[in-house]
Design a protein around this ligand. Sequence first.
Ligand SMILES: *Cc1c(COP(=O)(O)O)cnc(C)c1O
Length: 217
Amino acid sequence: MRLLLATKTVEPERIKEAFKCGETLIAENKVQEIKQKFEGLKNFSHEQHFIGHLQTNKIKEILKYNISCIQTIDRMSLAEKLHNRLTLENKTMDVLIQINTSNEESKFGYAPSESLNFVKEVAKFKTLKIKGLMTIGLFSSDKEKVRACFKLLKSIQQDIINAQIPNVEMNELSMGMSGDLEIAIEEGATIIRVGTAIFGERQYPDSYYWNENSEID
Ligand SMILES: *Cc1c(COP(=O)(O)O)cnc(C)c1O
């Protein structure tokens, strides 16, 4: 299992402290923030994923910054436009398929019941290397409801494995954040995404990163 540091709002100086402690997998939610921190971090060996809602008009920009995995493929228009751009640049990209396991309208992610078909369609884009699934669990103090989200992601993973789709690997389950990482690990997470528990409380509410300011296209 890998620990991914969710570094939104965290200054490069503090991120470098984490690198010194041996943690080298980080992720941002906004392309703008990747850009702002790029110079400050580029001389320090690390790996970076993207975990935010990706607008298609930011695809060209994000491909400039050495991102090794986009965890948030959640709609066909995004997969298609990303594929087109990667083809043009003669590149490939590791991706995870984001599933909305909590069934909350405010969260991005593909509908669980449709996700097998979605993966089959995305797999046709040869530049996209599907490595697994990602989800944001329900925000709830009811641990069993949170656990149900992670169990659902695991069962979708198994359905996809059983379907034996060419060009699809299903080794990664990116699930669990500061508030629910223990449950996610119990349910089989391979990547946990942790911000607050490492860097402290953020000034902005997460809705700032997840919906109000994110346009769906
Ligand atoms: C911010 C964020 C995290 C980390 O959240 P914490 O509660 O601070 O650990 C994980 N995943 C995504 C998609 C995020 O935006």
